[in-house]
Design a protein around this ligand. Sequence first.
Ligand code: HEM
Length: 485
Amino acid sequence: MEVVYCSVPHLFWRKKFWCNCDICNSYLTSSWSLEFNNLCDWYSHLLQNSTSQTIHIHVLGNTITANPNNVEYMLKTQFDNYPKGKPFSTILGDLLGRGIFNVDGDSWNFQRRKASRELGTISIRSYAFEIVTAEIRYRLLPLLSSVAGKDGAVLDLQEVLRRFSFDNICKFSFGLDPGCLELTLPISHFADAFDLATKLSAGRAMAASPLVWKIKRLFNIGTEKMLKEAIGKVDILAKEVIRQRRKLGFSTNQDLLSRFMAITEDELYLRDIVISFILAGRDTVASALTCFFWLMATHPEVAVKIRDESDHIIKPNQEFATFQQVREMHYLHAAVYESMRLYPPVQFDSKFARDNDVLPDGTFVKKGTRVTYHPYAMGRMETIWGTDCMEFMPERWLENGAFCPVSPFKYPAFQAGVRVCLGKEMALMEMKSVAVSVLRRFDINLVQWGAMLGFDPGLTATVRGGLPVVVTERRKIAPPSSTYC
Ligand code: HEM
């Protein structure tokens, strides 16, 4: 993965040190922040007011577009001219190595083919469903139940969901359970080292010039020293994961690592796979679910409709929805899509033009220019969604009760085209399973009410200040009869 998941690499990309146009002025002086809560809200505003739906931040050498024709052009038609490029892969190279997120060309092609074969099968999807259901049943719901109705008990739902998705992606990817969401909320050295390593890697992008972090790395000082130590810990833990998997046996196992072990013995390659998949499946899902529950709390009428739909599909004596039942819930599916329209976990994603080019809207792109498509802004474009684009309205995705998708180039929350997310179906299933299980059993109330969500800079959209909630139980269910193993 590259710094697509990062919202702060601006200074790093600076091509011109000064430009006097209004946009660059506002960017350089941060005066945009007087009016907007988030940089992505300011960009959305600029893109909404641009006739071509494309803008230029000259000081960053960055062309930003919310035009679906441009997005289709760069992600599909002229895919080869818009690779991730060297600037991003250098920044995340120490952490991600040559993992799928961080490479272009043949190396990417090879990993993509192998990974899509593994992730595309029905058997792996139902394997993932079993993992997610067990984590919900034995950890997530008992944890929510343990605080429900307790005077003054406030839970940071974002932190809970990060632990939830970390357990799931580790179990799915390596068949090993870090147990982060146990009732005691234990410290996980792996999760912590991983957090620090991603944070510091993204922080490299904030250096005034790449030379700054490169010199710090050369002399092993400051944040680079910390990053090296964090990556060292991640490496040790990733190797331990691979060792354990080997010891426990992998030939008959269903997890992703076992499947890759069957085709390669290259330790470094396996390490890069381990890291890439944690990054792919953890923060994205946690971010998407955090925003979803914020929207449920601020739009209770939608939560009611999800419960109504589930009551029609799930039998009265049945506790959890089956894989097939989750697939039948069209309104829920629409609500999840609608939530990621307004709050995509990956708010923008950049590529670097290999050669001079002209985008479909007539924008000239000079070789080497950073070209960014912006899912966050695209979800807020009147030209794409109509005058009610700022309203949270799952119904916009339904026709006669059935979910109707739009072109992925209008809704690139999972990217689109040649490099579309490989975990999309799995992520949607995970989100829907959590949503329906939690909403049927609990009411989630916000501690702080605000009209908009704010985001911290980082590799994915993390809600600033977390999501403090108070949980109340709608109906009691007997605790699970067996313990989790
Ligand atoms: C709501 C959750 C998720 C969202 C919004 C999301 C979004 C994305 C995006 C935007 C990309 C493109 C990144 C880039 O190329 O710069 C991507 C790539 C990818 N995602 Fe996801 N993702 C999610 C969950 C997952 C999960 C759960 C998995 C794995 C189980 C996964 C596996 C991957 C992989 C392997 C790629 C790399 C594809 C390639 O480069 O060819 N994703 N995802």
